[in-house]
Design a protein around this ligand. Structure first.
Ligand SMILES: Cc1cc2nc3c(=O)[nH]c(=O)nc-3n(C[C@H](O)[C@H](O)[C@H](O)COP(=O)(O)OP(=O)(O)OC[C@H]3O[C@@H](n4cnc5c(N)ncnc54)[C@H](O)[C@@H]3O)c2cc1C
Length: 442
């Protein structure tokens, strides 16, 4: 009998978490004739780190995942293709802004520092890293000049959602060697909820079901696993797929009985997830070049800004806000910004845009066109608490340990458990499918 003698619902498999990893695991099981699969989601919303914000701008904006990274071999792209979606392809990065000297560099312009940083990172898969050095140490060893280091910080570390000294070169190398999706940045013609809707179709997903305890001691029996939710509901099943963010496992928010083996616990704590913020600003009119997609900014408050309008917005004619800029900040810089007042973050972001785009004739184009904005802070998402796991010093090998099934009843999926790819949508989806296949094929 379940703890406290609560009446338990009996199913074949419980999936914990309704991000793309959990949904893919459930879908794969159901499509392979596992009859009763239930997805338990702590939040009142399905999709995890795919989330649209409807409050800041007159059109929905992506609070979490924004782009499809790569057009090849991507299950995310295939799923969206099947749903009839189209994409706009961008080269990334598009432009660079050197804040100290107020210099712009376009990606087709030759610039020694820009060339150097990409040359270094593109060479990573061919190198040998005997020690697990941080990117910051490695760049010093390589004799990179200050601008090259700052470019690496704003471009690579920020994109991996960490600070440069946190970025671990052994995991970066593994990622570079495993990456098979291509380098394109694809922007969808509609909100990414299309991906969630497509996968979840037909699945039994229970919102506001926060899992707090998984008892798997009687796992040799059929129905030997009991899953308890904070709302008092209890599920009895044969297998559980756990897809919650690493922060939730690190915080011990799900109790395991018996406790997870120490090797797995150590792996959980070796992986690291930092924060990411999006600074969303709505304007009356654009003040940047029409063909501009993004800018990597060094020696600036915001390390990267995107101009994404025209792809997934439906501007109501009466709206004052007609266009937007999104700043993306990750790592310790995001943690620090998270402690600032929102008004100060917005003011400094506008200052930066004025500096970047101001002309003698129009010195403050951003401030004068600004209508409203908001800071979207992932550390404040109750059931996620951060961005995504980054290639981290000391984490090499931890993802393999975390992802190993336990006693043929506990299976682990989610972005942190992908062995190679940097945490992106298709990688998270692949881990869900992997867990389903482990259950189906042993
Ligand atoms: C700001 C930001 C920008 C990003 N940009 C991109 C991008 O442009 N392109 C890209 O490919 N990827 C991007 N990503 C990464 C991508 O969103 C993730 O890798 C992916 O969505 C993770 O999916 P998941 O299923 O592993 O985890 P999640 O989506 O986090 O799903 C886990 C689920 O578990 C739930 N949960 C937590 N605790 C419990 C519990 N106790 N019981 C039940 N449920 C629980 C959570 O609520 C959540 O819904 C971005 C992420 C962020 C945050």
């Amino acid at each position: 009998m379940a703890k406290d003698d609560a009446v338990a619902t009996s199913v074949d498999c419980v999936v914990v978490g309704s991000g793309v990893a959990g949904l893919c695991a459930a879908k794969e099981l159901v499509q392979n004739d596992v009859q009763a699969v239930v997805v338990l989601e702590a939040d009142g919303r399905i999709g995890g780190r795919i989330k649209q914000d409807h409050d800041v701008l007159p059109w929905p904006i992506e609070a979490g995942a924004q782009f499809l990274h790569g057009a090849k071999n991507s299950i995310a792209k295939q799923t969206l293709d099947e749903a009839g979606c189209t994409f706009k392809e961008h080269e990334w990065p598009d432009r660079y802004f050197f804040g100290r000297d107020k210099v712009w560099v376009h990606n087709d312009q030759a610039h020694p520092d820009v060339e150097k940083v990409h040359e270094l990172f593109h060479s990573v898969s061919e190198r040998e890293f005997e020690r697990d050095v941080s990117a910051e140490e490695w760049m010093k060893e390589e004799g990179a000049n200050r601008n090259v280091v700052e470019l690496a910080r704003s471009c690579y570390a920020n994109d991996f959602a960490c600070s440069l000294h946190q970025l671990g070169m052994q995991e970066v190398q593994q990622e570079a060697r495993c990456w098979e999706y291509g380098e394109e940045y694809l922007v969808l013609d509609r909100p990414l909820s299309a991906l969630v809707d497509r996968i979840r179709d037909g699945l039994d997903v229970r919102k506001r079901h926060q899992v707090s305890l998984i008892q798997y001691g009687a796992c040799r029996e059929r129905g030997g696993v009991t899953v308890h939710c904070t709302n008092g509901e209890v599920f009895v099943c044969d297998q559980v797929v756990i897809t919650v963010p690493i922060t939730i496992l690190q915080a011990g928010e799900i109790e395991f009985d018996p406790p997870l083996p120490s090797e797995k616990v150590k792996a959980i704590h070796r992986l690291k997830m930092s924060n990411a913020l999006k600074v969303v600003m709505g304007f009356r009119a654009p003040f940047w070049p029409e063909d501009m997609f993004d800018a990597i900014c060094i020696d600036c408050f915001l390390p990267e800004v995107w101009m994404l309008d025209g792809h997934c917005q439906d501007i109501s004619s009466g709206s004052i806000i007609q266009t937007s800029v999104v700043g993306f900040v990750a790592g310790e810089e995001a943690q620090a910004m998270s402690l600032m007042k929102e008004a100060d973050v917005l003011a400094r972001s506008l200052d930066q845009l004025d500096t970047m785009f101001g002309t003698p004739a129009r010195p403050c184009p951003a401030s004068t066109s600004y209508v409203s904005g908001q800071v979207l802070d992932w550390s404040k998402e109750e059931h996620v608490r951060g961005a995504y796991t980054y290639p981290c010093v000391g984490a090499h090998g931890a993802r393999e340990i975390l992802s190993a099934p336990l006693s043929d009843v506990l299976y682990f999926a989610g972005e942190a458990t992908h062995h190679g790819a940097n945490p992106c949508l298709q990688a998270a989806m692949e881990t869900g499918i992997r867990a389903a296949h482990q259950i189906l094929h042993g």
